[in-house]
Design a protein around this ligand. Structure first.
Ligand SMILES: Nc1ncnc2c1ncn2[C@@H]1O[C@H](COP(=O)(O)OP(=O)(O)OP(=O)(O)O)[C@@H](O)[C@H]1O
Length: 263
């Protein structure tokens, strides 16, 4: 039986996953200022982001909603350093992500950020426990230790006994829990989730979302979730409604007063 490595106590008193000292422990906000992103070339441009200012506090959960094409994924990708904004800055631990070398940005994404996508993010040939352990192994943690920690997360997320199953042998909801374990296993500062329940039925999606938000909270990670589902947004402390590349409304939890037009 693997040892549980996540206890429901504040992250300030425990850093699940890795031995103390391997991770910076000072909580830090993620601060975006004046973000714009323009795709295309002269004559055929799309202004996907038209000036976004946003601060994600340590440990807070933020849902990003808005109609298709309003810039949600573009914002998430800028915040996570996956793409570089056309103008504006994203500061993490005092550094502008755009000023880092690609190698530094890649390392930072692996070490400080976790990611959950809609589906298809697990490697089909690897068992669940190894899928979940990947970020640690890429970071140089020995395989035995990495899989021990990953197994602890799988157990915490309700997947004890399924460690050796490959993704094709898991349900959609179980596969998303493995993806959540993988996102949290390295004790990230921020977890980014893009439509994490979009491929699941409503009940399974609600379960997975509850698991994601509570596990992120217990680990002390901030959570940024792009979603069309107001049920998802209700799990988050703050909801931003986007339109035409801007944040046009903001709700403090729960987002019960979000209208159909905000989705
Ligand atoms: N790589 C790209 N090249 C050109 N245009 C892009 C690119 N990515 C996004 N866009 C455009 O930028 C705008 C914002 O796209 P984005 O994917 O951020 O919106 P979204 O709100 O996440 O949409 P959805 O809810 O449909 O996923 C859209 O008009 C889209 O067509």
């Amino acid at each position: 039986m693997t040892q549980p490595i996540l206890s429901p106590v504040p992250a300030s008193t425990t850093q699940p996953g890795l031995p103390v000292g391997q991770r910076p422990t000072t909580p830090t906000p993620l601060v975006a200022s004046g973000l714009t992103k323009t795709y295309g070339t002269a004559g055929a441009t799309t202004h996907a982001l038209a000036g976004v200012d946003l601060t994600i506090a340590p440990g807070e959960s933020v849902a990003i909603m808005g109609p298709s094409g309003s810039g949600k994924t573009t914002l998430l990708h800028c915040l996570a350093g996956i793409i570089t904004p056309t103008s504006g800055t994203v500061l993490w631990r005092g550094e502008d992500l755009a000023s880092l070398s690609e190698a530094r940005r890649t390392a930072l994404r692996r070490q400080d950020f976790g990611f959950v996508f809609q589906s298809g993010q697990l490697l089909p040939e690897l068992p669940a426990v190894e899928n979940a352990a990947i970020p640690l192994m890429l970071d140089g943690v020995p395989r035995t230790e990495a899989t021990r920690v990953a197994a602890g997360w799988l157990a915490h997320l309700g997947l004890a006994g399924l460690e050796q199953r490959r993704p094709g042998e898991l349900s959609g909801g179980q596969a998303q829990r493995v993806a959540i374990a993988r996102a949290l296993v390295g004790s990230p500062g921020v977890v980014f989730a893009d439509e994490p329940t979009g491929a699941l039925d409503q009940t399974t999606g609600a379960d997975v979302l509850a698991v994601l938000t509570s596990a992120a909270k217990a680990s002390g990670a901030a959570l940024v979730v792009v979603t069309h589902d107001p049920g998802v947004a209700r799990h988050c402390g703050r909801t931003l409604a986007m339109r035409d590349g801007r944040v046009v409304r903001e709700f403090v939890a729960p987002a019960a007063d979000a209208t159909e037009a905000d989705r």
